[in-house]
Ligand binder design. Structure first.
Ligand SMILES: [Zn+2]
Length: 180
């Protein structure tokens, strides 16, 4: 009878301990370290593979809670178009199709900046054409002399905040078209 009593007490203690342990693992510190991997596919834009890789690397260097990785079958897919301007059709949550316009590059626009800008839309950033060249999302606003392909501190912080809790996985959103 004593043995059964002790056994029951232990069972209750274990049942209480398990949820507490789980709570510690899922605490704020663990959530802050969450990294969302976003796969991109550049084979549909063969003229700009290196520029796309550089644009992705610029984002990876600026934001720690996303990681852009090149792979076939990615959720961000690059294509080329030959008129009408560069644009993306994206849900702003790490999914979308990006169209890089070869004629826009021929006019002098920097393809690395265009690629990184369109990725910015896929990471949830809107256009801000009145901004300076130091902003990635100012797009064509500063003119073709602007070659900056890196997000500024404010843009990086916005994406960092967007993905702090797994923006891509937890949010459903409609796709919309945004231009360079
Ligand atoms: Zn844009």
């Amino acid at each position: 009878m004593n043995g059964r009593g002790i056994g029951r007490v232990l069972a209750v203690a274990l049942a209480v301990a398990a949820p507490l342990g789980a709570g510690l693992i899922a605490g704020p510190a663990a959530q802050a370290a969450q990294v969302t991997t976003i796969y991109y596919t550049s084979s549909g834009a063969p003229d700009y593979v290196a520029q796309i890789d550089q644009g992705a690397a610029n984002w990876n260097a600026a934001v720690s809670d996303i990681k852009l990785v090149k792979r076939s079958g990615g959720t961000v897919v690059f294509h080329e178009t030959h008129s009408g301007g560069s644009y993306t059709n994206t849900n702003g949550h790490g999914r979308g199709d990006i169209y890089l316009d070869t004629s826009q590059v021929a006019e002098g626009n920097d393809p690395t900046r265009i690629a990184a800008h369109e990725v910015g839309h896929n990471l949830g950033l809107p256009d801000h054409y009145t901004g300076p060249c130091s902003e990635l999302m100012s797009g064509h606003g500063p003119g073709i002399s602007c070659k900056n392909a890196k997000p500024d501190a404010r843009e990086s912080a916005k994406v960092q905040a967007n993905f702090a809790n797994g923006f891509a996985a937890t949010q459903a959103a409609e796709f919309h078209v945004v231009v360079y």
